[in-house]
Write a protein that binds this ligand. Structure first.
Ligand SMILES: Nc1nc2c(ncn2[C@@H]2O[C@H](COP(=O)(O)OP(=O)(O)OP(=O)(O)O)[C@@H](O)[C@H]2O)c(=O)[nH]1
Ligand SMILES: [Mg+2]
Length: 318
């Protein structure tokens, strides 16, 4: 299965909900708003059930209503793409009434060090391996720092990926200070002139004060080893956690301002709608999506592609 097929499969629950609840997707927008108002109500319900959120759902329905001459599905797809644009651009494009051409976030890290954070088990370590492969195959030199000293064997897990991919891993001691590993990693990267360092961190709950303070410390220490870094802090979110993931993201954003989000497990039975409130409420771009457990199962996020997969249309042959 290609990654697009896996993504499309993962989103099938959301797709069915929209198709089956709302129906009449092929009908002209004006016809639906004139003759089938119950379809609009059902659509509203389907969007909320898909975790799109109330504010976005209202805007989507407004945009759909004003797109005369399109059928319901096309109007809905265009409105969804707009909702996946960061705030300023979304407002601008809604005024103009068309979807932007550029639907991909800038994914090259601004500087050299990327800190990767998130709650337990969302896929941080696996995502770091995937990122390593992604940038390495695009000509960058890459290093990892095994900053999860908390969970036994977490360092070993990243070590195995490092060996497999041929990426050096700076290791700490189990139970040791994660900030010390981050410091060593950032210093080593700067000394060797490696392009990118990805710093793994232990999974933590967003409501545990001490653990959130620890993240701030890791960040400060990296800055001490290599002033101005980390240039990027990416939050990994498991798509299957839905609305709860949004709450997590807000807390992490407060503790350590995020520059990007990576949504994993979109090949699972995720409700794809959660990506919309993530972009809207955090104002942080989605950089990549995870669509499987292998090192290659990572794709730059593209809002148009995502919405097409959601509606199962125009999927290019893999
Ligand atoms: N299906 C699927 N599984 C994934 C994806 N990303 C990660 N996983 C799986 O999720 C599980 C947890 O992944 P880890 O990378 O260990 O997660 P983590 O966030 O580092 O976990 P902790 O360090 O324990 O907090 C593993 O079984 C991964 O293979 C994805 O995009 N799709
Ligand atoms: Mg991990």
């Amino acid at each position: 299965m290609s990654w697009l097929e896996r993504l499309r499969d993962g989103l099938s629950k959301t797709r069915k909900q929209i198709n089956e609840t709302a129906g009449f997707l092929g009908n002209d927008v004006r016809d639906v708003f004139t003759n089938r108002l119950e379809t609009i109500e059902d659509l509203e319900y389907a969007l909320i059930a898909a975790d799109v959120g109330r504010a976005a759902t209202e805007e989507i329905l407004e945009d759909v209503r004003s797109s005369e001459g399109k059928n319901l599905q096309q109007a809905l797809m265009d409105a969804l793409v707009l909702q996946l644009e960061p705030d300023a651009r979304r407002a601008e494009f809604r005024k103009l009434g068309f979807a932007p051409d550029v639907s991909r976030s800038r994914i090259d890290p601004k500087g050299h060090v990327v800190m990767v954070i998130g709650v337990n088990g969302v896929g941080k370590t696996t995502t770091i391996a995937k990122l390593g492969q992604y940038y390495m195959t695009r000509g960058k030199s890459v290093m990892f720092a095994a900053g999860d000293t908390f969970r036994a064997a977490a360092g070993a897990q990243l070590g195995v990926w490092g060996d497999r991919l041929g990426i050096p891993v700076v290791q700490g001691i189990d139970g040791g200070d994660p900030a010390a590993v981050a410091f060593d990693g950032a210093s080593a990267r700067a000394a060797r002139g490696t392009d990118l360092l990805f710093v793994d961190t232990a999974g933590r709950l967003h409501n545990k004060h001490n653990l959130m303070e620890e993240l701030k410390k890791v960040r400060r220490v990296i800055d001490k080893a290599d002033p101005g870094e980390p240039a990027e802090v990416w939050l990994v979110l498991d798509a299957v956690t839905g609305q709860n993931g949004l709450q997590q993201a807000k807390k992490f954003h407060e503790a350590t301002p995020l520059t990007g989000v990576i949504v994993t497990k979109l090949d699972g039975t995720a409700k794809g709608g959660i990506l919309i409130p993530i972009v809207r409420e955090l104002g942080v771009p989605i950089k990549f999506i995870g669509v499987g457990e292998q090192a290659g199962d990572l794709q730059p996020f593209d809002s148009q592609e995502f919405v097409r997969a959601l509606f199962d249309v125009d999927i290019p042959k893999a």
